[in-house]
Ligand binder design. Structure first.
Ligand code: HEM
Length: 401
């Protein structure tokens, strides 16, 4: 039986969050590790199996370069993309970028994130409606990353355009790399590479107080990042950091709309926001799967997965696994412990997690204090829930205090 026959597969036209969650539930119970012959991938649904896969980079590789077009622009673009690197290259890159992208550095951004959020919200002062994604959830993380890197304000729209064309899934299976698709993206990658290279060269010549200058200067045990590694990292920051954070902010609003008691509790005490954001991350997992490639034949559950196979480790399913969470389908802003896998696990654990948490906490806090209420309007549009769980368009009605 194929995954599609069981309810929903990657080959299906589209899938909403409820349909996908029902599929996860069935699969966790009946076929927790299963081969999908139509899409040519293996699916893994239970928390313990997903966690184990992410913890074993030797067997479950993140390097998909063999599936991508062997093209110079692509090779340059992925050289510093640590998300797609295995040890030992991953370790070198992660150690160097972690030196620069520290939780302390992120914490110092709080006042600036407050100002950017206020500016975006001020543009809607007194308005009865807004579209959350285009007015706040999309621009906020893009502006923060661009500022962090020292990208001039006038160049930001260009970055947004690049990010959109590299991330926007044109089909449900588009997140699985293949030569044709990477070839099509090579043009955008070339433009981005050239821009980033120029930016890095400027910073080498005249260092400033920004992340790009610090990446240029970073050194650990005599090792430094070369220009191409910095390009790849900058590209990753831009792509990894914006669509997911946008989705998370929208997901907070969707969860609070569905759970007015939780919204009231947070209005009364915004101190509960960090816990609530963790629960939103679990309940509506922004990045539904993590992808790996097997380097050898390996036993997962009752199956032997052969070497060279693509494995989709479903974070969004692991986060609803009744073996890990009590009452997993209940939204509980006070849930402890909350061992969700939304930021991954192991060596690739999301480097931007502190930044995403900070941006979303500041934004939600301001929304709760500025408005006495908000409700969701007509015309909500969602991404395909087998890729990104989140809204593409989220109209809101606002009530002012
Ligand atoms: C890695 C999710 C925001 C930068 C990851 C991974 C996940 C993830 C699941 C691991 C993927 C894997 O193992 O295959 C998220 C979510 C976010 C978010 C849900 C927002 C809610 C950000 C932000 C940044 C960022 C804001 C940076 C500005 C990265 C980087 C990696 C990564 C650099 C690769 C780390 C490595 O390979 O060592 N993220 N992310 N992410 N994320 Fe995030």
């Amino acid at each position: 039986m194929t995954a599609t026959e069981r309810g929903v597969g990657l080959a299906d036209q589209s899938a909403d969050a409820e349909t996908v969650l029902a599929w996860f539930r069935r699969m966790r119970e009946n076929a927790p590790v299963s081969h999908d012959s139509e899409a040519g991938v293996w699916h893994v649904f239970r928390h313990a199996d997903v966690e184990r896969i992410l913890a074993d980079p030797g067997t479950f590789s993140s390097d998909f370069s063999s599936l991508m077009a062997s093209q110079e622009d692509v090779a340059r673009f992925i050289k510093g993309n640590l998300l797609r690197k295995d040890p030992p290259q991953h370790r070198k890159l992660r150690t160097l970028v972690s030196k620069v992208f520290t939780p302390g550095m992120v914490a110092q951004l709080a006042p600036r994130i407050e100002v950017i959020t206020d500016e975006l919200l001020d543009a809607k002062a007194g308005a009865e409606q807004m579209e959350l994604v285009s007015d706040l959830a999309y621009p906020l993380p893009v502006i923060v990353i661009a500022e962090l890197l020292g990208i001039p304000v006038e160049d930001r729209p260009m970055f947004g355009r690049w990010a959109d064309s590299l991330v926007a899934p044109e089909s449900q299976t588009s997140f699985i790399p293949n030569a044709e698709r990477t070839q099509a993206m090579a043009v955008v990658m070339r433009e981005m590479n050239a821009y980033c290279l120029e930016h890095i060269r400027h910073r080498r010549a005249r260092p400033q107080d920004d992340l790009a200058s610090r990446l240029v200067a970073a050194e650990v045990d005599g090792q430094r990042l070369d220009d191409e590694e910095i390009i790849g990292f900058v590209g990753l920051l831009l792509l990894a950091g914006h669509i997911t954070t946008t989705a998370l902010l929208g997901n907070v609003v969707l969860c609070l709309d569905e759970h007015p008691d939780a919204a009231a509790a947070l209005r009364a005490d915004t101190g509960g926001l960090p816990g609530a954001i963790e629960e939103v991350l679990r309940f509506r997992t922004p990045l539904a799967p993590s992808m790996r490639r097997t380097t050898r034949d390996v036993q997962v559950g009752e199956h032997t997965v052969p070497a060279g196979q693509i494995v989709l480790a479903w974070l969004a399913s692991a986060n609803r696994d009744e073996r890990q969470f009590s009452e997993p389908d209940r939204f509980d802003i006070r849930r402890t412990p909350n061992a969700h896998l939304s930021f991954g696990h192991g060596i690739h654990f999301c480097l931007g997690a502190p930044l995403a948490r900070l941006e979303v906490r500041i934004a939600v806090q301001k929304m709760l204090t500025r408005w006495s209420g908000m409700s969701i309007g007509e015309g909500v549009e969602h991404h395909d829930a087998r890729g990104i769980v989140g809204a593409k368009r989220l109209p809101l009605h606002l009530r002012w205090a």
